[in-house]
Design a protein around this ligand. Structure first.
Ligand SMILES: Nc1ncnc2c1ncn2[C@@H]1O[C@H](COP(=O)(O)OP(=O)(O)OP(=O)(O)O)[C@@H](O)[C@H]1O
Length: 799
C-alpha cells in the first residue's frame, strides 16, 4: 500500500466511525420525535404547546442530521501540539467515552484555523488536510503543510484547500447554488465570522462569493448567537424571487431552516407585488422625498371646509362651521401623533359640537312646553318625579350623550367625518393618491411645507408627480416601501386592533397565571415539613406577569410565519444581498425591521442596475447609521475565468476608471467568442447558437462526472421575448418568462434578471443595446458578462 492509499484508508476508517455515529444519532432523534408525536392529543394548553415545541425541535434536529449526510467531514487539522481536529458540517461528540469531540462544527471557534491559517500565520497548525468524499467514500486528500519556508519561497497561492477549491469551481452548474463550507477562503471567513452587532458592508466584485458569504454568515450567526436569534429570526433579502429560489437550498444544506428569505416586495403583509412599474416611475417612488410626499398626503387628508359643511340629522340641516372643523382637527392632532389614533378625539369634537346644536334646537322647540307637559303626565302615571326645568334646560347631559351616539351612527355625519378626516388604511391612502391629480398636488403642497423638505421647495416636479398617476389596481415592488411608510405615518389600524386583542389575551393569561400561582401558594404550606424553614419556591421567583410572558411564547407558528404576517416584526439580524439595488425608501422599510441595526449588507456598487439603486455605500447608509458601519472587501473572483474577466474589465473602466476588477482565481484557456450576425437575422442566429451550445453541454460528461452544466441566453429587455420564442422553437425545454425554472439546461433571461446567478456558458445578445438601454445600462452589461463559469459567446448585429 502506498503512503497515499494508506492515508486514504486511515481517513476512510475514521469516516466510517463518524457515519456510524451519525446513523445512531438519527435513529435516536427519529425515535424521540416519534415518541413526542405519539403522545396524547388534548391535555392542557401548556402540554399541547410543549408537545408542539418538542416536535418542531425534533424535526429540526432530524433535518440537520439529514443535511449533514453529504460531505459530513471535509477537513482535518494537525496542530503543533499533536492534537488532531476533524472539521465537518455538524459537531459530533463521542458519547461512549468522555464526550470528546469526534467532529467539530465548521462554525465552532476551534474550527476556524481550517479557513484562515496560512504559512505566514499558521496559528499552531502544522498541516491542513482537505478530505474529498463522494457519498460515504473518501476519494482524495489535499494537504497544505503550513511551513514558513514555503511562504518565503513565494509559492503560497493564498488559497485555502486549493485542490478542493478548484474542483468545486470547475464543476458543472446545476441551476441551484451550492454551499462552499468545505472551501471558504480566509477573506470570506473574516466577513462570515464578523461580530453580530452593527452594520457590516461586504463589498466585492462579481463572483467574489458575496452571496456565499451572506448565506454562510446567516448559518454562522444562527449557530453562534442561537438563543438571541432564533426567537426574532434572521431575515435574508434578495433582489427577486428567481434569485431567492436559486439560493434557497444553501441554508437547508447547512442544516439551518430558521432564516426567512424574502424580497422587499414581500415585506408588507397582505399585499403581493404583481404590478410592474416603468423604470422611471420606480426611480421616483424610490426617492427619499417620497416619505415627505406621503406625510404630506396624510396631512392633506385632514381637511377643513372653505366656509361650512352641512349635515342632515332627523331631516334637519345643521352647519359645521370652518372654525369648529379647525378646532376639531387641532384636538385630533394634539391627541395623537398618528391620525388613525388621533381621529377619535377629532370625531368626538365634531360630534359633540353637532350634539350641542341638536340639543339647543330641541330645547328651543316652541312646542317643548307641550311636550314637557306630556312627558310629566306619563311620569305621573308611572309614579316618577316630573322633569326638572329649574335650569331651563329640557334635554340634559345624558340626553346629549344619547344624541351624540345617534349622530355617530348617522350616514350623513359619517360622510362628513370621512371627508374631514378619513380613517385610512395605507392601501386606501396610496390608491386614492395615485389615482387623483388634485390629491397629489395637495400632498406635494403640504410636503413642501414640512420640516423635512428644504425651504418650501417642491419635493417633486409636476412631471414627476404625473409619473405617479396611474389607473387603480395592484401594487408594484416599489409601492411596498411606500405602503409601509404610510402605515407608519397613519398608525396601523390593524396593529391597533391586534394590540387590543393581544392586550386582552395578555390579561387573560395573567389571570390564569395568577390562578396557577395561588394554587402553588396554597399547596406550599402543605408541602413544607418545617414551616420555619426558608424555602424559595416558584412563587418567590416568578411573578404572574413573568408566567404570562412565558405562555406568550406559546404561539405555535414558526418565527418565519409570525414575522411575515406582522408588519411591525423586528428581526434579530437582517442580511441584504445585492444591497446596492435598494432604493432609499426600501432602506427605510428595512431599517424599521431592524431597529437594533444588526445587519449585513452585501453587494457591489459597480453592478447597480436599478435606477433607484445606490452609487455609494456611504451615501446610502448616512441617513440611517451615519458613518457607523464597517467594511469587509472581497477581492478574488471565484466564478469568472481570467479570459472572460478581461472583457468585463473594459466595461468596468467605462463605468468608473477608478474601480478595479476582482482578480480571477483561474483561467479557462478559452477566449470569449464574438459572433457578428446580420441585423435582420439576429434572433434566428441567437437561437441557432443557443441550440448548438445546449447540445455541447448535453454531450459533455461534467467535470466531476456529475451535472453537465447550464446555458443562459441574456438579452436586452426589449429583445428578450423574441429571443425566448426563437430559442423555445428549437429547444422546447428551455426556461423563460417572469420566474423561469433555472434547473432547465437552457434559460433565456433579460439581463437584469440574471443578477446574482451563474451558468457554465453564457450567450450575451447585443451588448451595445444593453449598455445603451438606460443610465445603468453599462452596469447591466457588466453583470451579464460576468455570469459565465466557463464559456462566453457575444452575439452582435452588424449592418
Ligand atoms: N470559497 C469558495 N469555495 C468554492 N466556491 C466558491 C467560494 N466562494 C465563491 N465560490 C463560488 O463562486 C461563485 C460565485 O459566488 P457568489 O455567487 O457568491 O458571488 P457573488 O460575489 O455574489 O457574485 P455576483 O455579485 O457576481 O452575483 C459561486 O459558484 C460560488 O459557489
Amino acid at each position: 500500500m502506498s503512503r497515499g492509499t494508506d492515508e486514504i484508508f486511515h481517513e476512510q476508517q475514521y469516516l466510517n466511525l463518524l457515519y456510524a455515529r451519525l446513523d445512531a444519532l438519527r435513529v435516536r432523534a427519529g425515535d424521540q420525535l416519534a415518541g413526542v408525536l405519539r403522545t396524547e392529543h388534548g391535555g392542557t394548553q401548556q402540554a399541547r404547546t410543549e408537545r408542539d415545541t418538542f416536535a418542531t425541535a425534533g424535526a429540526g434536529r432530524l433535518a440537520q442530521l439529514d443535511a449533514a449526510e453529504e460531505g459530513l467531514c471535509f477537513g482535518r487539522l494537525d496542530l503543533d501540539s499533536g492534537e488532531r481536529r476533524y472539521i465537518g458540517r455538524i459537531g459530533i461528540l463521542d458519547d461512549d467515552g468522555d464526550f470528546e469531540p469526534l467532529l467539530l462544527d465548521w462554525r465552532a471557534p476551534a474550527a476556524r484555523p481550517f479557513y484562515v491559517a496560512t504559512s505566514a500565520a499558521p496559528q499552531g497548525v502544522r498541516r491542513r488536510r482537505s478530505i474529498r468524499t463522494r457519498f460515504r467514500t473518501v476519494v482524495g486528500l489535499d494537504d497544505d503543510v503550513l511551513d514558513l519556508d514555503v511562504a518565503v519561497d513565494g509559492e503560497d497561492s493564498g488559497l485555502v484547500g486549493e485542490g478542493a477549491l478548484l474542483a468545486a469551481l470547475t464543476a458543472g452548474r446545476t441551476g441551484r447554488m451550492r454551499d462552499v463550507v468545505e472551501t471558504i477562503q480566509a477573506e470570506q471567513d473574516h466577513a462570515i465570522r464578523s461580530e453580530l452587532r452593527g452594520v457590516l458592508v461586504v463589498q466585492g466584485g462579481p463572483g467574489t462569493g458575496k452571496t456565499a458569504v451572506a448565506l454562510h454568515r446567516a448559518a454562522y450567526l444562527l449557530y453562534t448567537y442561537r438563543e438571541r436569534l432564533v426567537k426574532r429570526g434572521v431575515l435574508i433579502v434578495g433582489p427577486n424571487p428567481t434569485f431567492l429560489r436559486y439560493v434557497s437550498h444553501v441554508l437547508p444544506a447547512l442544516g439551518e431552516t430558521s432564516a426567512v428569505l424574502a424580497t422587499v416586495g414581500e415585506l408588507f403583509p397582505g399585499v403581493r407585488a404583481s404590478r410592474v412599474d416603468a423604470p422611471e416611475v420606480a426611480e421616483v417612488k424610490g426617492r427619499a422625498v417620497m416619505a415627505d410626499l406621503i406625510a404630506g398626503a396624510v396631512r392633506a387628508r385632514q381637511r377643513v371646509p372653505e366656509d361650512a359643511l352641512e349635515v342632515v340629522y332627523e331631516g334637519v340641516k345643521y352647519r359645521l362651521e370652518r372654525e369648529t372643523c379647525v378646532a376639531a382637527r387641532e384636538a385630533g392632532r394634539t391627541a395623537h401623533r398618528l391620525p388613525n389614533f388621533g381621529r377619535r378625539a377629532f370625531a368626538e369634537h365634531i360630534i359633540d359640537a353637532l350634539a350641542g346644536q341638536v340639543v339647543d334646537r330641541l330645547n328651543d322647540d316652541p312646542h317643548r312646553q307641550e311636550t314637557l307637559a306630556l312627558v310629566n303626565l306619563i311620569a305621573a302615571e308611572l309614579g316618577e318625579e316630573p322633569a326638572d326645568m329649574a335650569d331651563g334646560v329640557f334635554l340634559g347631559r345624558e340626553d346629549r350623550t344619547r344624541v351624540a351616539e345617534a349622530l355617530a351612527e348617522e350616514p350623513s355625519v359619517q360622510e362628513a367625518l370621512d371627508w374631514l378626516w378619513p380613517q385610512l388604511t395605507p392601501q386606501r391612502l396610496l390608491a386614492e393618491l395615485f389615482a387623483t391629480p388634485e390629491l397629489l398636488r395637495e400632498a406635494a403642497d403640504e410636503a413642501a411645507g414640512l420640516a423635512g423638505a428644504a425651504d418650501g421647495a417642491p419635493v417633486l416636479t409636476d412631471a414627476e408627480l404625473d409619473l405617479l398617476l396611474r389607473t387603480p389596481g395592484g401594487w408594484s415592488a416599489a409601492d411596498i416601501p411606500l405602503l409601509d411608510e404610510a402605515a407608519e405615518l397613519l398608525g396601523d389600524v390593524d396593529t391597533a386592533a391586534a394590540a387590543r386583542r393581544a392586550e386582552a389575551a395578555r390579561r387573560a393569561r395573567i389571570a390564569y397565571a395568577q390562578g396557577a400561582l395561588e394554587v402553588a401558594e396554597g399547596s406550599r404550606s402543605i408541602d413544607l415539613e418545617d414551616p420555619r424553614e426558608e424555602i424559595v419556591t416558584a412563587v418567590d421567583l416568578v411573578s404572574a406577569e413573568m408566567l404570562a410572558e412565558r405562555f406568550e411564547e406559546e404561539d405555535a407558528r414558526s418565527v418565519a410565519e409570525r414575522a411575515m404576517a406582522d408588519r411591525t416584526w423586528t428581526f434579530g439580524h437582517v442580511i441584504v444581498d445585492e444591497a446596492q439595488e435598494l432604493s432609499p425608501m426600501a432602506w427605510r422599510l428595512l431599517m424599521r425591521r431592524c431597529p437594533a441595526r444588526s445587519m449585513t449588507l452585501v453587494g457591489d456598487v459597480a453592478q447597480t442596475g436599478d435606477p433607484a439603486g445606490a452609487a455609494s455605500w456611504a451615501e446610502m447608509l448616512a441617513p440611517h447609521v451615519e458613518d457607523r458601519w464597517r467594511l469587509a472587501e472581497l477581492t478574488v473572483n471565484y466564478r469568472t475565468p481570467a479570459e472572460i474577466m478581461a472583457v468585463a474589465a473594459e466595461v468596468l473602466r467605462r463605468i468608473d476608471p477608478g474601480l478595479t476588477p476582482p482578480r480571477s482565481v483561474r483561467s479557462s484557456g478559452e477566449e470569449p467568442r464574438r459572433v457578428p450576425v446580420p441585423a435582420a437575422e439576429l434572433v434566428e442566429r441567437v437561437a441557432e447558437l443557443a441550440a448548438r451550445e445546449d447540445a455541447a453541454l448535453a454531450a459533455g460528461t461534467g467535470t466531476d462526472g456529475g451535472d453537465t452544466g447550464r446555458l443562459a441566453v441574456l438579452a436586452p429587455a426589449e429583445l428578450a421575448a423574441d429571443v425566448a420564442a426563437a430559442v423555445a422553437a428549437k429547444l422546447p425545454d428551455a426556461g423563460f418568462g417572469q420566474d423561469p425554472d433555472l434547473e432547465r439546461r437552457t434559460v433565456v433571461l433579460p439581463v437584469r434578471q440574471a443578477k446574482g446567478l451563474e451558468f457554465d456558458t453564457v450567450l450575451v445578445v447585443e451588448p451595445d443595446a444593453v449598455a445603451a438601454a438606460d443610465p445603468h445600462g453599462e452596469n447591466d452589461l457588466y453583470v451579464a458578462l460576468t455570469r459565465a463559469t466557463r464559456r462566453l459567446v457575444i452575439v452582435e448585429s452588424e449592418d
